[in-house]
Design a protein around this ligand. Structure first.
Ligand code: SF4
Ligand code: SF4
Length: 225
């Protein structure tokens, strides 16, 4: 306990003297900084939009949905990006994959991403097991309505088409092969720990139901209406 107390450092507020109370030293210091910038030849203002900013390589801008080597959307509708998204701005409707897409079970029937709601954290990109969603260097997106900035699957694929050959936005993974999520096998049979003794009342319900308190009777949830 004594050791913890030693680790706390208390700082006393300094007393303000006569000159500090007049604010004259602070004003002089402020004017000195202003004069220094007035006579300095160093330019710090970027002449945007004539001069484009030099963004770092890890800049996170507008999203894109990548295509695979057959030009199909790479996404397998696993919902991991939507689950990881802290801003809840991704909405996906999954559908069974077309018959001639044997390498996956599902694909995104619809995929919507609200670019206005997004906080550009990059967690969707991190979560995606097949590297289907990526953030690009596009930062200057504009629109006249909210709907225009609700990016649909087509818009997101279009961003991929526009940026795929831009050296600032390389496809970060090899094209063609889907990741581990597309290679899941059938789940193993559940073990004994999940089995319920036939005498247990929970074994008597085939569907989700309601256990009436006190009586021990089990009724079907749908029968309550
Ligand atoms: S960048 Fe972050 S906030 Fe934007 S869609 Fe991805 S996970 Fe959501
Ligand atoms: S995490 Fe990737 S594969 Fe899964 S739904 Fe999102 S974009 Fe599609």
């Amino acid at each position: 306990m004594a050791k913890r107390e030693k680790s706390v450092m208390y700082v006393e507020e300094p007393e303000i003297g006569f000159w500090e109370a007049t604010f004259v030293p602070a004003i002089v210091e402020g004017l000195r900084t202003t004069m220094k910038h007035l006579v300095s030849r160093e330019t710090v203002t970027e002449q945007y939009p004539e001069q484009k900013p030099d963004l770092p390589l890890h800049y996170r801008g507008v999203h894109r949905l990548n295509r695979d080597e057959k030009d199909r959307v790479k996404c397998v509708a696993c919902m991991l990006c939507a689950t990881a998204c802290p801003a809840h701005c991704i909405t996906i409707e999954a559908a069974p994959a077309p018959k001639d897409w044997p390498d996956r079970d599902k694909f995104p029937q619809t995929f919507e991403l609200d670019e206005l709601r997004c906080i550009y954290c990059g967690m969707c990109e991190e979560a995606c097991p097949v590297d289907a969603i990526e953030l690009t260097h596009i930062y200057d997106l504009t629109g006249q309505t909210r709907d225009e900035l609700l990016y649909t699957k087509d818009k997101l694929l279009n961003v991929f088409d526009k940026t795929r050959d831009n050296p600032r936005d390389p496809v970060r993974t090899g094209r063609g092969v889907l990741g581990p999520a597309s290679e899941f096998q059938a789940l193993p049979t559940l073990g004994p720990a999940t089995q319920v003794a036939t005498s247990d009342r929970s074994a008597k319900i085939g569907t989700a139901g309601v256990i009436e308190s006190g009586t021990g009777n089990v009724t079907d949830g749908g029968a309550r209406s």
